[in-house]
Write a protein that binds this ligand. Sequence first.
Ligand code: SAM
Length: 168
Amino acid sequence: MWYDPNEDSYTFIDLLKEENIKNKIIIDLGTSTGVLSEVLKGNLVIGIDLNRKALEEQQRLRENPNLIRGDLLKSVNQRSIDIIIFNPPYVVDSLDPIIGGGPLGRIVIDKFIKEIEVNIFYLLVIKANRPEEVVKGIEEKGYKTKIMKIRRILGETIIIIKGEKEVK
Ligand code: SAM
């Protein structure tokens, strides 16, 4: 099994289209079948996911994707990357490796924030993840943050945060 695109993916896609990013080296973390990578044409995109089946499916669907099977950013030298995008597993009280983030839905999100070093990233969370605490954690790492999208769908609120390293 793998994650099929849902309202979170479509919200992310809308933002990426608006951002109109070109000529960058981008990591699509938790890429699954690569729906977010698809809208980043004109960039060099590398998809990372833990889920082997999802990567095999993406290989079948997309032409020559750059894929790494890995846990978060452990296999990446972030200094060579311009932007990371991440629609993480955020579901509260679930430990499903594809969608679950444990209590508060934050297990993978918090690990990601610990690892992040890249200059610019986009991270999706939901209201139940306590976005104000997520933002605080990001800012404590020296990033300025901006809420790029808030979308209320089926009783949940999807939020996409942009983090950008403060220039000193
Ligand atoms: N990017 C797709 C989208 O937007 O539709 C899928 C997003 S889905 C909510 C989360 C993805 O993160 C899943 O494909 C899951 O396998 C992957 N994932 C979960 N934990 C991970 C980890 N530690 N490292 C890399 N990928 C992970």
